[in-house]
Design a protein around this ligand. Structure first.
Ligand SMILES: [Zn+2]
Length: 367
């Protein structure tokens, strides 16, 4: 049985409301359906280099997304999460060639299928500079202002410190404060993020976010693999949530977040890998056992609290979760078949688009 926080019960005790996935990417759902293409083209499925993995897969994938492929991805991701007893998703979205309105696509899928979701657009400057960040920020603002389903809330997303200027980070912090919305950002997933902040004259990523007004209470910081204990403690004093993503960290070979045990609030997410939280938790406990065997103290007991903290984060965002049915809503078997068929067709289109974009030189209209 999984641990249960106050007011939140895990799905496997027969009375619970479902898991809360504290950091994920709904747009990634079609990747497992593109395996043949990925293997044939030698794209990384087990990469050793973090940046190369981003450039050769994820950043190609997000550039190729359009409305129809994102919708198919969202429906598949939500359905699979529901079949895995997940009741709430904290999503971090990017689709550089389909920014305006992208959060509406995710909203509609989650609202229609009964999935609680915190949605944001992860602003970045890695494709189109400051103008791209401004468009992402405007999408966050538009979504925060619009009427939303009771199942959906808005946050302010930033991709990561290393793909953003000081001005964009500051502006995101101001937007989050204006709407009392959480910030959601990748932090120190790889040493390159730390080195980038230091090259810009900061002590590290936490110092940079803090000085730019983006280390806010209830900000959601994914990864934290390469933070020092002092940085984790400072961020915890500010009231942030950390989110550990063990399968992703393993797959990307970025290391184990040794200091999250010092975090006041550290939850569990899948980072766009399989949406099944029980599988994620199993990997977490394996990694924590290895860390203890290597001399770390308190890792297992700390790791065992990740699901509890995810539940607490979900309940803070969506108090109605506490009154949800014991089994989260989910599509029927027939509906699931339709969703899977749509997703396979969308994955084929998305793969074709990725190949097209790899071959065609970039032009100014295509980020
Ligand atoms: Zn992520």
């Amino acid at each position: 049985m999984c641990p249960t926080p106050s007011g939140y019960q895990s799905p496997d005790d027969g009375t619970g409301v479902g898991y809360v996935n504290a950091h994920t990417h709904i747009y990634s759902a079609l990747v497992p359906l593109m395996t043949r293409g990925l293997l044939a083209n030698g794209l990384p499925t087990d990469p050793a280099n973090f940046k190369e993995n981003l450039e050769r897969l994820w950043w190609q994938l997000d550039r190729a997304l359009d409305e129809s492929t994102l919708q198919a991805s969202a429906e598949l991701y939500v359905a699979e999460a529901q079949y895995g007893q997940t009741a709430a998703l904290i999503d971090h979205h990017e689709s550089p060639n389909f920014i305006e309105g992208s959060l509406d696509v995710l909203h509609d899928a989650c609202a229609h299928m009964g999935m609680y979701a915190l949605l944001c657009y992860g602003i970045t400057e890695r494709n189109g500079g400051a103008q791209e960040a401004a468009r992402g920020l405007a999408e966050n603002r538009r979504f925060l202002e619009r009427d939303k389903s009771e199942f959906v809330r808005g946050a302010v997303g930033l991709h990561a410190s290393f793909t953003l200027s000081d001005e964009s980070i500051r502006a995101a912090g101001e937007l989050a404060a204006e709407f009392s919305a959480p910030l959601h950002i990748h932090v120190a997933e790889d040493p390159l993020d730390v080195e980038d902040a230091q090259q810009r004259g900061y002590e590290g990523v936490i110092d940079r976010l803090d000085k730019l007004g983006a280390l806010q209470e209830n900000a959601i910081l994914a990864h934290g693999v390469h933070l020092t204990r002092e940085e984790v403690e400072l961020a915890s004093e500010r009231g942030v949530w950390f989110v550990q993503n063990p399968k992703s960290n393993r797959g990307n070979g970025v290391g184990y977040p040794r200091h999250l045990a010092a975090a006041a609030k550290a939850a569990l997410g899948t980072d766009g890998w399989s949406s099944l939280m029980f599988g994620e938790h199993a990997v977490l406990m394996e990694d924590a056992a290895q860390a203890e065997a290597a001399g770390a103290i308190g890792e297992l007991s700390s790791a065992a609290r990740r699901l509890i903290t995810s539940g607490a984060l979900g309940l803070q965002l969506f108090p109605a979760l506490a009154k949800s049915p014991a089994t989260p809503l989910r599509p029927s078997a027939d509906q699931l078949t339709t969703i899977q068929d749509n997703a396979q067709r969308a994955a084929d289109r998305l793969w074709a688009r990725m190949e097209e974009m790899r071959e065609a030189p970039r032009n100014k209209k295509s980020l």
